[in-house]
Design a protein around this ligand. Structure first.
Ligand code: SF4
Length: 145
């Protein structure tokens, strides 16, 4: 599938797509949203190479760069996490895990809702992140302008 109207491109042509094989890859356009359960692991959705969407951008275009969690100002960790349940990950994975705090929780209809930020690995990445200032390692200073 080639370029279509409104500059929508197929996943395999998109700057936000990470191919896993000839047919499938993961969409890394967005960071995970907070959920309602503690220490849920974030999984980026699989898409087919010729899927497309309105958030696409041509690979190589001047779009938001993909940032690795370990270098991102939104990633919070204390030398890994020690969850009550390891879920589907090994303890070694949790030793390099942290919470992605990129987004605030959305208001809910129910009262008493508690939000929990989802867990990512140091080597995960997305295109909603921002790289920490090199002079302030570990800083959570965020430009709110
Ligand atoms: S790169 Fe930053 S915003 Fe993206 S998933 Fe990792 S911590 Fe969240």
């Amino acid at each position: 599938m080639g370029l279509t109207s409104r500059n929508v491109v197929a996943c395999h042509q998109c700057a936000f797509w990470v191919g896993l094989n000839a047919r499938d890859g993961t969409c890394r356009r967005h960071a995970p949203r907070p959920g309602d359960a503690i220490d849920e692991v974030a999984h980026w959705p699989l898409t087919h190479h010729d899927d497309q969407c309105g958030d696409s951008a041509v690979a190589g275009a001047a779009v938001e760069p993909r940032v690795t969690c370990s270098e991102c100002i939104y990633w919070r960790t204390s030398g890994g996490l020690a969850p009550y349940k390891r879920r589907e990950q090994w303890s070694e994975w949790w030793a390099h895990a942290g919470h992605c705090t990129r987004f605030a929780p959305y208001p809910m209809a129910a009262t008493g809702y508690r939000a929990f930020w989802r867990v990512t690995h140091a080597t995960d990445s997305c295109c909603d992140g921002a790289i920490k200032a090199p002079t302030m390692p570990g800083s959570a200073e965020i430009d709110r302008a």
